[in-house]
Write a protein that binds this ligand. Structure first.
Ligand SMILES: *Cc1c(COP(=O)(O)O)cnc(C)c1O
Length: 376
């Protein structure tokens, strides 16, 4: 083994990416300033099979714009799964609405349809299902519940480029869908995001809000509303386009890395890896293992053991309702009793190294180390 630490995540960058970004830095100015943004948006929409895509500086901004465009505001409630990154829920507060934390399914670790339905009140305006670690919730049920109760869906597909549910791509199940191109994600632009939708109205509104509230038809510097400045740079768009042209290769690589882990750890009693339900395709953004409590090893301890052996890992997310950030929210108060799966899974879950550059030998080393720590 080399002495270098095994990183948790990281991209695959080839000459194609270098060429596109080099071309953008040389040529994407003046009348060509927007060409890479337009090409990236068009190619992204085509890849997903949606009508519109809007390139953004982050996925968080995509969630913010989605809530604004759907008219979510003060007094409204928005349901989120309790087990996710705070980027899913923070924008709910940006617009003055209130997050409500639903439990996750014990197998997919994504929002539980039953808990979603129970969390709906007359104030519920929207739900943000999250495709956690490249998995996907039971979208038939989630969409059916949302339709019956007249609430909007914003699909947080930040972690799920390449994921499919019954042949349909993740990110396409909501009124809007949002993606992240943060450096740790499968497809990266360094920092960046994309909002997708089939609704021309939502597309026009989010685009308007992302550009200081000016309508394309208006005279220059003439703003109809006070809004936001959320734009992706052309250099990032060039990087994103190059990555998107390799998306099947990138997702295929993630799936292969998961297979390596699965063949080493999949049959060990008391260890649960990411679940791929029938009729779905998991993109395995993060290979994740949940340990049975019987090992007596909470995630922070296990991470420290792995770190001593040169292996980086990450804890599975803490339930949002357990974070200091939500301490004073009444909605977080009883979440622990209601969201039993989230609270049971979180203390014993770990993301294992799965950068796009990881080798089979490194995966074997991680698995050997893990087994020796657990004596499994
Ligand atoms: C990464 C991530 C985000 C945020 O993406 P940014 O591009 O960093 O804003 C949102 N939701 C989930 C589930 C994520 O993993």
């Amino acid at each position: 083994m080399s002495m270098e630490r095994i990183p948790i995540a990281g991209p695959s960058i080839t000459q194609k990416e270098v060429d596109y970004v080099t071309d953008a830095v040389r040529n994407a100015w003046y009348s060509k300033a927007n060409t890479y943004n337009e090409r990236f948006e068009k190619a992204f929409a085509e890849y997903l099979g949606v009508k519109f895509a809007l390139a953004l500086p982050s996925c968080t901004s995509g969630l913010h714009l989605s809530l604004l465009a759907l008219g979510v505001g003060a007094g409204d409630e928005v349901i989120v799964p309790d087990l996710t990154w705070i980027a899913t829920s923070a924008p709910i507060s940006y617009v003055g609405a209130t997050p409500v934390f639903a439990d996750v399914d014990e197998k997919t670790w994504c929002i539980s349809a039953e808990s979603l339905e129970k969390s709906i009140t007359p104030r519920t305006k929207a739900v943000i299902p999250v495709d956690l670690y490249g998995g996907i919730p039971d979208m038939d049920k989630v969409c059916d519940i949302a339709r019956r109760h007249g609430i909007a869906i914003i699909e947080d597909a930040a972690e799920a480029i390449g994921t499919e549910y019954k042949g349909r791509k993740a990110g396409t199940f909501g009124d809007t869908g949002v993606f992240s191109f943060h450096g740790s994600k499968v497809l990266t632009t360094g920092e960046g995001g994309m909002l997708v939708t089939d609704s021309e109205k939502l597309y026009n509104r989010t685009k308007f809000l992302s550009d200081h509230g000016r309508a394309p038809s208006e005279k220059m510097f003439w703003n109809a509303e006070i809004a936001y400045k959320y734009k992706m740079s052309s250099l990032q768009a060039a990087l994103g386009l190059a990555q998107l042209e390799r998306v099947n290769e990138l997702v295929g690589r993630k799936r292969r890395i998961f297979d390596w882990y699965n063949s080493e750890l999949g049959k060990i009693e008391g260890m649960t890896l990411n679940y791929e339900p029938p009729h779905t395709k998991h993109a395995y953004w993060m290979v994740t293992v949940i340990l049975n409590e019987k090992f007596g090893l909470e995630k922070e301890k296990l991470m420290a053991h792995l770190s001593q052996k040169g292996i980086s890992s990450r804890p599975i997310f803490y339930p949002l309702s357990s974070l200091p950030a939500y301490e004073r929210f009444p909605q977080a108060k009883h979440a622990k009793e209601n969201n039993m799966n989230a609270y049971r899974i979180s203390p014993y879950g770990l993301n294992l190294p799965c950068s796009l550059g990881i080798t089979k030998d490194q995966v074997r080393y991680v698995c050997d180390t893990l087994r020796s720590i657990l004596q499994a």
